[in-house]
Design a protein around this ligand. Structure first.
Ligand code: ATP
Ligand code: MG
Length: 418
């Protein structure tokens, strides 16, 4: 039998209910903060990610799914959402809309990863991008929205870590200091880190190899090198978060996995398994880098699969199963047509209704209704049709009610009142 590819998952109906629940809550939170949904292609020019995400990142160096199409174009499956959304923002002239432009998305992403807990090759990200706001107030509103999302999802075991990674101006001096620190031990770092040393040494701080982590232990901290503007911005962010009573920790080790970040970066980490559930930051240089006008921006993405795992741990007793409102059992061919019409009317009115489509015996129909946890069973044969009256059995109490078949509104009222 052909099996699913490594790092991909089937989401079965039971689990889909959970996804939909989380999707609805997130959509509401984003919309309450004034965001609109955007959907962009799964395939993009490879160059978009090389330029947008950065040549020296893990994502581009090791994890990209790329190929040449029949026309010889170099194409990649998107590994993240921001580059595509920024391209769409520029290409569709959204910079001339009223600022800030607030967008959210929920899209599958593709990365050739070492598959392990919380790390798949096809996964989904729920994310937002906010364009055109330079002020720290945008950073804190975005973080507040994440906090609201976790509250609405009743996820409490979560910690916010923030950092500032400065701007190209202050980073220049910092990168020199960092290189000076790393240089004497460069030989001891992994091969990937060695290639990062010239291109983007800050990436070395993001290395997951134990040995590199150890070597990085006493590395200089970017916070000590921030320019006046970046320092003020970060102080303002912290003050406002304090005022909003949003708890956070400053973690000077957060550099994030993608090259485009500037100033504020943040991560929400699950206290239970230590996995990063949501991560983001400011990327003031990216729109320009991808051919647009200078546009400050900020965004984040949350891995849906990880979000669902922590959601489950925090919401153990939620039940999303939807049971059948009514099963209409039919006896005989004439009654079957009658039932089909009745069920159609009920469905039209938003009732979850089923009837037999297996040509089962009446006994087998009752058995099916029982197994499907139907709340009511209505039984209709020739006699019931002639008398315009049928028995509606409440499966919970076992009680039977006589109902008039031609009064569908009364029937619906009974179904809804139970
Ligand atoms: P990490 O350091 O864990 O590799 P990253 O820097 O690659 O993370 P981002 O690219 O910022 O992460 O992605 C944002 C979020 O998307 C992550 O915090 C995580 O929740 C989720 N995510 C990233 N990669 C994967 C993956 N391979 N499988 C499932 N979820 C993922
Ligand atoms: Mg990664």
């Amino acid at each position: 039998m052909i099996q699913k590819l490594k790092g991909t998952r089937d989401i079965l109906p039971e689990e889909v209910k959970l996804w939909q629940y989380i999707e609805n809550i997130s959509k509401n939170v984003f919309e309450n903060y004034g965001y609109d949904e955007i959907r962009v292609p799964v395939i993009e020019a490879l160059e978009l990610f090389q330029r947008g995400v950065g040549e020296a990142t893990d994502v581009v160096q090791k994890e990209m799914y790329n190929f040449e199409d029949k026309g010889g174009r170099k194409i990649a499956l998107r590994p993240e959402g921001t580059a595509g959304v920024v391209r769409a923002y520029i290409e569709n002239g959204m910079s001339s809309s009223l600022s800030p432009v607030k967008l959210w998305y929920h899209m599958p992403m593709y990365r050739y990863e070492n598959v392990q807990k919380g790390r798949q090759r096809e996964f989904n990200q729920l994310g937002v991008e906010l364009f055109g706001a330079e002020s720290y107030l945008a950073d804190t509103e975005v973080i507040e929205m994440c906090d609201m999302l976790f509250k609405k999802l009743n996820i409490n075991d979560i910690e916010l870590n923030i950092n500032s990674i400065g701007c190209p101006t202050c980073r220049k001096e910092y990168l020199e200091a960092l290189k000076e620190y790393i240089r004497p031990n460069l030989e001891k770092y992994c091969t990937t880190c060695k290639t990062r040393f010239e291109k983007n040494p800050m990436r070395i701080l993001d290395c997951k190899e134990e040995n590199c982590k150890k070597l990085n232990k006493n590395a200089p901290k970017i916070l000590d090198y921030l320019c006046e503007e970046c320092k003020n911005h970060f102080e303002n962010v912290k003050n406002r978060l304090d005022k909003l009573e949003i708890k956070y920790k400053v973690d000077s080790n957060i550099v994030r996995g993608l090259d485009y970040y500037t100033k504020t970066v943040f991560e929400f980490i699950s206290k239970i398994d230590g996995l990063t559930v949501l991560a983001g930051g400011r990327y003031d240089g990216l729109v320009e880098e991808l051919g647009g006008m200078h546009t400050p921006a900020i965004g984040f993405a949350s891995g849906m699969e990880r979000l669902i795992e922590v959601f489950k741990l925090n919401n153990k007793e939620l039940d999303f199963s939807k049971s059948l409102d009514i099963f209409v059992a039919s006896i005989g061919d004439e009654a079957d047509i009658y039932c089909a019409k009745l069920v159609k009317k009920l469905r039209e009115k938003g009732i979850i209704a089923e009837k037999d489509i297996m040509e089962r015996s009446i006994k087998a129909q009752f058995k099916y209704a029982d197994k499907k946890n139907a709340k009511f069973v209505l039984t209709i044969g020739d006699e019931e049709i002639n008398n315009n009256e049928a028995k509606l059995k409440c499966m919970n109490s076992g009680k039977e009610l006589e109902i008039k078949l031609d009064d569908i509104n009364e029937l619906i009222k009974t179904l809804k009142n139970q």
